[in-house]
Design a protein around this ligand. Structure first.
Ligand SMILES: O=C(O)CCC(=O)C(=O)O
Length: 245
């Protein structure tokens, strides 16, 4: 998959880019089925610590997960999506070098209230030694719209460096930043099978899912192969890293 000059420039200036039609509906239906089976198995076996961390406490539906970690390293189906030749060409073209998937997450955002993800920068969590060496590819398993909780981006915040974040006491997984008045968070709806890319420093968030439709997606976090995560907030296990080369 090749970016034209305009798309490349948009990514460089704004720190994000949306491309529809990257995957087929049937690939996304398969992804939803795989994620659903895994979610059920996880819920059936989770500890109480895991239930605090992983359950979506906002949706009216019972016992739904907000996320699952490391699909790319744990499940072949998701690994194939993340390492498909077109996607790699795109990601490595933007990073300028061969890439490693060091972390990945499935975000479920269930219907009837599924919880928000507050404004944050991925690089705050990851702490890379090269801020331009990390990017996230977000694959929309379902169409993501404003009412079911698509991502919103702060255009140009990819150039802000890392801002200090804070986390509410009971939500150590929800580090966040107060958004300065001059930064507008712009919605980035994505069609089913579309992708949204963002630089590791770009401010982004998603709101509650106020609709009766799911908003499932997989975020794949890539870094250039010469990048080291020297100041991460959480531990990113190197045995889970997946080389794309
Ligand atoms: O899918 C979401 O709601 C949050 C995604 C996110 O924070 C990310 O992809 O880095």
């Amino acid at each position: 998959m090749h970016l034209n000059t305009e798309q490349r420039q948009f990514f460089q200036d704004n720190g994000y880019l949306t491309i529809n039609g990257a995957f087929t509906d049937s690939e996304m239906d398969h992804a939803i089925e795989e994620a659903g089976k895994w979610q059920q198995d996880f819920v059936d076996n989770m500890s109480s610590d895991e239930s605090h961390w992983y359950l979506d406490h906002a949706t009216k539906l019972p016992e739904q997960l907000r996320k699952l970690d490391n699909p790319v390293s744990q499940k072949e189906f998701f690994r194939k999506l993340a390492l498909s030749p077109g996607i790699l060409e795109l990601v490595e073209g933007l990073l300028g070098q061969e890439a490693v998937v060091f972390f990945s997450q499935i975000f479920f955002k269930p219907p009837f209230g599924g919880g928000p993800k507050p404004v944050h920068q991925d690089n705050f969590y990851f702490g890379p030694d090269n801020l331009d060496g990390v990017l996230t590819l977000w694959i929309a398993f379902d169409a993501a719209t404003i009412d079911n909780g698509c991502l919103h981006y702060g255009a140009g915040t990819n150039k802000y460096g890392i801002i200090e974040h804070y986390a509410p006491g009971r939500e150590p997984y929800n580090y966040q930043i107060p958004v300065p008045n001059h930064v507008e968070m712009t919605p980035a709806p994505v069609a089913k099978g579309g992708i949204s890319l963002h630089h590791g420093c770009t401010f982004h968030q998603s709101s509650n899912n106020t609709s009766n439709r799911w908003r499932r997606a997989m975020a794949v976090h890539y870094m250039r192969k010469d990048v080291k995560l020297t100041a991460p907030v959480f531990h990113y296990d190197p045995t889970r890293f997946v080389k794309a080369y």
